[in-house]
Ligand binder design. Structure first.
Ligand SMILES: [Zn+2]
Length: 1018
């Protein structure tokens, strides 16, 4: 044993030396190399039965005399005894609604008493999964059994030794149809071909009607275990062999977890030959070389597609190239030239790029020449058939439920932090806003934005609008009163601390802590410095400065500035639509608090803070502070915005050697939604400071993200490597190699932020590709992220074969980050259909959505009538008169023509897909513009595995409707010259079949689906 242990220690040391950087950067929540999105709950059982994950699924202990004892291997551990009838109950909401499930835990049997069981989880005696250890005859044989009404499945029996520690794991892998058990990191049994969906075992998570026991059977009131236990975990992913091995070895290290990035993952995605050309590349006979210019210091922007020639009559003119992505700019430090070779996946073909590096010329710094319309200037209409569009359906799900919310629930934790009484009827929110969750208050920020947007968007219903106006005023009044308490004496003459930098630890505490429990939370607001507002005391902000990392213990923090960004953005949104002066005053007060604290910190401290995994996640603090500057004209807010520069990502290092500003990809492998809002902020900094670097940072980031990290629905992130569903893949343009993680992809709030970035970039630079992306992600991700009959919405949207969307938060009572941004997305769906130029001379028609624009500045109303995308045409009816340009977007997919007629007369237009065309005339009342843009079917591949592709009809992604889970990609054979030959269906309903399998829009898909297909061209 000792020898093994030493060997393991040595191995760990090697692994750790290689991954030190990551370990330090990411804290312990990429636990054992597994991203926390895969983890449902973790019970260390070292003194209590708290859940150490971020999900607050605290367990309870039942029994006469539960004890914790000291153990040689693990320190403090729990003991359960059947004599005193001890057992553990886990909240029923922990499981259910999951695709697969894995359980792991350490157990040390204290006796070989007969009839012992480890755990029993299920919804009823007819539907549960049970692990027994010693049978009723005292035979020491453990096995796991799935019990179903229709029968069930068992694993092979094996001996679990008593009086020593063993790590037990069970994996119910639904897509692989496999039930596996492991002992001490080794596979001991696999039952194949199990036909099961987890909803047969568990009720869905929100009703919580599951019974989850450790040490007791569902069928009995008596405890069934006589053992010591340690570190019991529940995962929502099917853990693979190497992950279980890692958990085991790391467990032996007595609780010190390391990020084990270097052990090769078990690759459970289908593997294809690297040298077999796939899809259209089968017919590719040549690609062209290219020449690109750049200036000293800046990496060239290499086009991801080059000219290509195909045989057999394939009508394509381009092919995808994979270029290497340097980590710095050493290649371009001098004037000269060099070549880069790009690979064409699956072929021997190569494209050579000759890069000429020239002396720096005048810098490109575009003006913001467009403006958005206010939300109340654009309204959504029913389509030309009189039907509600998906836009209206989703908006109404949110508006209706939002109108019924109780604002006091969203103020609960703020009042709690300030030690105030709760008004009658106030109930705390759950999930990430519950009592002890260190992110509480984040949902309130999203809520402020949502009610502001709902207020501005509901001009069609005065009672709804009044409802949201009331909510805005009420929320602001309470937050204002609380913020006025901070840093001022409780009673005249009592002591207080007004200076934000002088905030002491809580009364009776020797140090700062993040304890938010009812017993432990500090409420001494008079010591918090003037202007402070938050749903928790100031400690987390201060601990971040002092080096605290992300975690659930009271010495660790979540993401204080992330939460604050939501609150401040919400206040400014309310200020924008209602001019409520108190909303601005609260934001300024807290802006000052932040300014005073951060401006005294050395740059190295800031770099360390903003690069700390999750703990340093600050949302768009740079954005909201720059915006506060724009509203108030107070330079200190721009100063503080700049302090949020992510120097490492923006500029490479403190000397600004390279970074995104020089087109170097510095975000590979990083947490996606931690960083996208920082880029949105960089663009806001450009707007207010005119420093061109900020524009390059955001523009370069956008180009790389959408070309090298994007899934076909428009979402990003979902890495297998690093093993974290919330992270960008380890290397750009390797989605098949490193992406498509089992834990899901496309964190929905990341897409929300990508859309925001895209929209804002377009205001500076009217490139068609920006709005092409916007349309893609809006229809195929955001519209697709909402449940059928409620505002419940997705966290990740998984895209492996036969996936299913999981929707949460139907009644707005418990929010994750993505539930928060969903409130915002669905209350502003109309905000990008039209833009105008600042000089009011041009109108941009970006999206083809039934709607009415009231261009009040010009006294013009434009009505857009269409059933798009259920038809491929639209009509603009102009009411009012005046001379202006109408700029129409020609989508990238409109390769079969784009036809425009005015008052029935066809116009000669130069219609290049992926650009805008201009109609310039003196418009008069009743002018009608008809636009037709024939849809066609087309495929979009994963860049490094071309046969894995999605099917589109025009802008709409069509998902194969699956009847059961599956492991392999759905195979589809199509005609190489005309894929539509194999597709039957009804374009007006967007319903199709291929070989009898139904395809429909992803935004109308609520069951199992395949978004990616394995396409063979014949
Ligand atoms: Zn999220």
């Amino acid at each position: 044993m000792m020898q093994v242990y030493n060997f393991i220690k040595k191995m760990m040391l090697i692994v750790c030396l290689l991954c030190m950087d990551i370990t330090n950067a990411q804290g312990d929540q990429i636990l054992d190399g597994i991203g926390e999105t895969g983890l449902i709950a973790r019970y260390l059982l070292d003194g209590d039965t708290k859940d150490w994950s971020r999900n607050n699924l605290h367990a309870t202990v039942k029994g006469e005399k539960i004890t914790f004892v000291n153990d040689k291997l693990f320190g403090k551990v729990i003991t359960l005894s059947s004599e005193t009838n001890d057992y553990i109950t886990i909240p029923g909401t922990a499981v259910g609604n999951e695709e697969s499930i894995s359980l792991t835990g350490w157990i040390n049997l204290r006796s070989i008493k007969s009839g012992q069981c480890f755990f029993d989880f299920g919804k009823s005696l007819q539907s549960h999964v049970i692990t027994t250890l010693i049978d009723s005859n005292g035979k020491n044989e453990f096995s796991t059994e799935i019990v179903l009404e229709s029968g069930g499945y068992k694993t092979k029996k094996t001996v679990l030794e008593a009086h020593e520690w063993s790590m037990f794991s069970v994996v119910i892998d639904v897509p692989s149809k496999s039930l596996r058990t492991f002992l001490n990191g080794k596979l001991i049994s696999e039952t194949k071909d199990i036909e099961i969906e987890l909803n047969q075992l568990f009720n869905n998570a929100s009703d919580g009607k599951n019974q989850l026991f450790i040490g007791k059977l569902l069928s009995s009131n008596k405890s069934c275990l006589d053992a010591k236990l340690h570190d019991f975990r529940i995962y929502r992913i099917p853990l693979n062999k190497s992950q279980i091995k890692t958990i085991y070895y790391n467990g032996l290290k007595k609780g010190d977890q390391v990020v084990n990035e270097n052990e090769r993952k078990d690759d459970d995605l289908e593997v294809f030959s690297k040298t077999t050309p796939q899809l259209y590349n089968k017919f590719l006979i040549g690609v062209s070389d290219i020449a690109v210019e750049t200036t000293v210091g800046f990496l060239p922007k290499l086009p991801r597609y080059v000219k290509a020639v195909y045989k057999n009559g394939i009508e394509l003119s381009q092919a995808r190239v994979l270029w290497s992505a340097p980590k710095d700019n050493t290649k371009v430090l001098k004037v000269g030239s060099y070549t880069v070779t790009g690979l064409i996946p699956g072929t021997d073909l190569k494209s050579k790029a000759t890069v000429v590096v020239k002396e720096a010329k005048k810098v490109f710094s575009p003006n913001k020449n467009l403006e958005v319309f206010n939300l109340d200037q654009v309204s959504l209409n029913t389509d030309s058939n009189g039907d509600n569009t998906k836009f209206i359906e989703n908006r109404d799900k949110f508006i209706t439920t939002l109108a019924q919310t109780n604002p006091d629930n969203f103020l609960y934790m703020f009042r709690n932090a300030f030690g105030q009484k709760q008004p009658e009827g106030a109930e705390p929110l759950g999930v990430w806003d519950s009592q002890e969750t260190k992110l509480r208050g984040h949902a309130t920020g999203h809520y402020l934005t949502a009610i502001a947007q709902a207020y501005a968007s509901t001009g069609y219903d005065t009672s709804l609008q009044a409802n949201f106006l009331y909510k805005m005023e009420y929320m602001v009044n309470v937050l204002y009163e609380l913020s006025q308490l901070s840093g001022k004496p409780k009673q005249a003459g009592s002591p207080f601390v007004s200076e934000p930098t002088a905030v002491p630890p809580g009364v009776g505490k020797s140090d700062y802590d993040s304890d938010l429990s009812i017993e432990g939370i500090r409420t001494d607001y008079w010591n918090w410095g003037e202007g402070f507002i938050s749903a928790y005391p100031p400690d987390q902000f201060i601990m971040l400065e002092k080096g605290a990392i992300y975690g659930t213990q009271n010495t660790k923090i979540w993401a204080p500035y992330y939460t604050l960004h939501k609150i401040l953005a919400g206040l400014l949104d309310i200020y924008e639509v209602s001019k409520n002066p108190k909303a601005l005053e609260i934001a300024m007060g807290m802006g000052d608090w932040v300014h005073i604290r951060l401006s005294q910190l050395p740059t190295e401290t800031l770099i360390s803070m903003w690069n700390r995994y999750i703990a340093g996640e600050f949302g768009g603090m740079n954005e909201v502070m720059a915006r506060l500057y724009r509203v108030t004209n107070e330079p200190r807010y721009l100063e503080v915005a700049k302090l949020f520069d992510n120097i490492k990502m923006f500029y490479g290092d403190a000397n600004h050697s390279h970074g995104l500003a020089k087109n170097v990809d510095t975000f590979r492998g990083l947490h996606a939604n931690q960083h996208i809002p920082q880029i949105v902020g960089a663009l806001e900094m450009y707007r207010d400071s005119n420093i061109p670097d900020y524009f390059y940072i955001s523009d370069n980031f956008w180009y790389k993200t959408t070309n090298d990290y994007m899934y076909t629905i428009g979402g990003v992130a979902g890495a297998r490597n690093p093993n974290n569903a919330e992270c960008f893949i380890k290397e750009p343009a390797t989605i098949y190699e490193n992406g498509l993680s089992a834990g899901g992809q496309n964190e929905t709030c990341a897409t929300y932020n990508m859309l925001k970035l895209t929209k804002n970039l377009f205001l500076y630079d009217q490139r068609g590709e920006l709005m092409d992306y916007y349309e893609r992600a809006l229809y195929n991700d955001i519209l697709a992220s909402v449940a059928k009959d409620s505002p419940a919405n997705t966290y990740h949207i998984p895209l492996r074969a036969g996936s299913i969307k999981h929707f949460g938060n139907p009644d707005m009572k418990g929010f994750t980050c993505c539930n928060g941004t969903a409130l915002e997305s669905s209350t502003k769906l109309q905000n990008t259909i039209y833009f105008k130029s600042r000089d009011q001379k041009s109108l941009y028609v970006n999206l083809y959505v039934p709607s009415t624009l009231n261009w009040t500045e010009k006294n013009i109303i434009i009505e857009q009538k269409t059933a798009f995308p259920k038809e491929d045409n639209t009509q603009l009816v102009i009411k009012g008169k005046g001379k202006f340009n109408i700029r129409l977007r020609i989508p990238h997919w409109a390769t079969k023509g784009f036809y425009v007629s005015i008052n029935g007369k066809e116009q000669k237009v130069d219609a290049k897909p992926g650009s805008y065309l201009t109609l310039n005339r003196k418009w008069k009342k009743g002018d009608v513009v008809d636009i037709q843009m024939p849809f066609q079917f087309h495929l979009e591949s994963v860049m490094d595995q071309q046969n894995i592709a999605s099917l589109f009809y025009g802008p709409i992604l069509l998902a194969a409707q699956e009847t059961e889970s599956r492991k392999d990609w759905r195979k589809v054979t199509l005609d190489a010259n005309d894929i539509s030959k194999n597709i039957k269906g009804d374009t007006s309903q967007l319903k199709f079949t291929i070989d009898g399998v139904e395809f429909k829009p992803f935004y109308e898909t609520y069951g199992r689906y395949s978004v990616y297909l394995n396409v063979i061209l014949k």
